[in-house]
Design a protein around this ligand. Structure first.
Ligand SMILES: Cc1ncc(COP(=O)(O)O)c(C=O)c1O
Length: 466
């Protein structure tokens, strides 16, 4: 049913794209002379060349060729309020005008304030900041290993926790399953220390713990899997994860880098009523600046103190730019806004997301594609701003697992990331994971325009059926 001539369609799309983006192409060529592949983050560098942005505001980004693009990527899904919200920009302007400045290397008060805000919204005792989700998940795993004196980590197939050595396994390379190391250059023996389990598979989790539980330092998972498909953990699954980690003396770590402050002004853990030992936050908590945090139990986090016992002391203590004052201020203003306006923010973006998911699925199915949208589970959240689009090879009622997303027999990743993404860009929309995350800056009109574009694309794709 999906069967289209992808090569011919791609050539058609690329021709339009190249004609529309001569300046971005020039910049790409220049960038390639100094930067690897023209940039510093692989998924920003789409083929045949990326669009270079010059300005952004609200829902939109203006690119180097002057196109005003409606953006659903929104800073790696960090921008719940859209690009450059005045609440942050005005606050930073006043701050700099008031004589406060860049990095001093003193502790500063703003980090206290941001930590207090986090603790008011997340069930945890202490916070430590760093600068990226990657570093924060790395430190969380180190803390778990040190605290338990064990070395095994259980990770979910399809889980993405940043490119850090302890968790670069079983992310998106599907062979028999999601269980291979996905980078060269990793420490020896790391493969054997990362045990994989399938997301939402209670029996698999039980058997992992039964077999290895006494050696497991932690189970780390995203309660809302991001890169693995915009999928929610089932409530029973998270309860089981809590039960098993307690039973075997392992720690439970929730990676809330995407889900934190995305579905409410706090962690998604609140909806489950399950509290982990450690949580990791990033993206949204920086208000557009590089901030991440590990929150959790004091007895675990205090292992990063210089006076912790030598054998269990964790060097989660460096970072020239950790708790950078301007970033702490941006985070504080952002979270305060989200907390003060929690009801309206999340119901607004959630209902726009709900509409986009339902209608995109209907539109593309009406054009004969086995499409399913993900991003919501009504048993967990009342509404959701996250919209994943999946072109399936075999029809299914729902996308349920990262295995389904990354197994090329079941889903056509190329259709989504190569063809649909470029087609949407040619229509003036920047999408990710098929669509992305709706922000408060998006309007009903933006969503309707995107649905009209999806309809035109459905028709275009159909015209390339073999
Ligand atoms: C769930 C999750 N954890 C960790 C990370 C890594 O965060 P960062 O890119 O800030 O290093 C990401 C990034 O997308 C993520 O989605």
């Amino acid at each position: 049913m999906n069967g289209i001539d992808k090569q011919a369609l791609y050539s058609h799309l690329v021709e339009t794209y190249r004609n529309n983006h001569p300046r971005s192409y020039e910049l790409f060529q220049r960038a390639g002379r100094s930067l690897i592949k023209g940039g510093s983050h692989s998924i920003r560098l789409m083929d045949p060349f990326p669009v270079y942005d010059v300005r952004s505001e609200g829902a939109r980004v203006t690119d180097a060729d002057g196109h005003s693009i409606i953006d659903f990527w929104q800073g790696h899904f960090a921008n719940v309020l859209g690009h450059n919200p005045p609440i942050v920009l005005d606050g930073l302007r006043d701050y700099f005008a008031g004589g406060q400045g860049l990095l001093t290397g003193f502790p500063g008060m703003l980090q206290m304030e941001l930590a207090e805000i986090l603790l008011s919204r997340v069930k945890a005792e202490r916070v430590r900041f760093t600068t990226s989700g990657t570093l924060a998940t790395m430190y969380a795993v180190m803390l778990a290993r040190a605290y338990t004196g064990r070395s095994f980590v259980i990770k979910i197939g399809g889980g993405w926790h940043g490119a850090q050595p302890y968790l670069l396994k079983g992310i998106s390379h599907f062979r028999e399953g999601l269980d291979e190391l996905e980078s060269a250059g990793l420490p020896r023996h790391i493969d054997a220390s990362i045990l994989m389990t399938r997301f939402n598979d209670m029996e698999d989790l039980k058997s992992r713990f039964k077999k290895h539980g006494k050696k497991v330092a932690c189970l780390i998972l995203e309660p809302f899997v991001g890169a693995g498909g915009f999928l929610f953990a089932a409530p029973d699954y998270l309860r089981l994860a809590r039960e098993l980690t307690e039973k075997y003396g392992s720690l439970l770590i929730f990676d809330e880098v995407i889900s934190g402050f995305r579905f409410s002004a706090g962690g998604v853990q609140k909806f489950y009523g399950v509290s982990p030992d450690l949580s990791v936050f990033g993206k949204t908590i920086g208000g557009g600046m590089p901030v991440s945090a590990v929150t959790g139990r004091e007895d675990i986090l205090k292992l990063c103190c210089p006076d912790a016992p030598e054998a269990s002391r964790v060097k989660f203590e460096g970072g020239t730019f950790s708790a950078h004052p301007a970033a702490m201020l941006a985070g504080k203003l952002y979270l305060k806004y989200l907390i003060d306006n929690e009801d309206t923010v999340y119901s607004t973006i959630g209902s726009l997301g709900d509409r986009a998911r339902t209608e995109i699925e209907n539109i593309l199915r009406s054009h004969g594609f086995f499409v399913r949208c993900s991003g919501k589970d009504p048993s967990v959240v009342p509404s959701s701003s996250c919209v994943g689009v999946h072109f399936l090879n075999e029809d299914a009622e729902k996308v349920r697992s990262p295995e389904q997303v990354w197994n090329s027999r079941l889903a056509d990743f190329e259709m989504r990331e190569k063809l649909f993404k470029m087609a949407m860009l040619n229509e003036g929309f920047h999408v990710f994971h098929g669509y992305g995350a709706v922000s408060l800056a998006h309007s009903e009109v933006d969503i309707q325009a995107s649905l009209d574009a999806v309809d035109r694309i459905g028709r275009l794709f159909s015209s390339f059926r073999k």
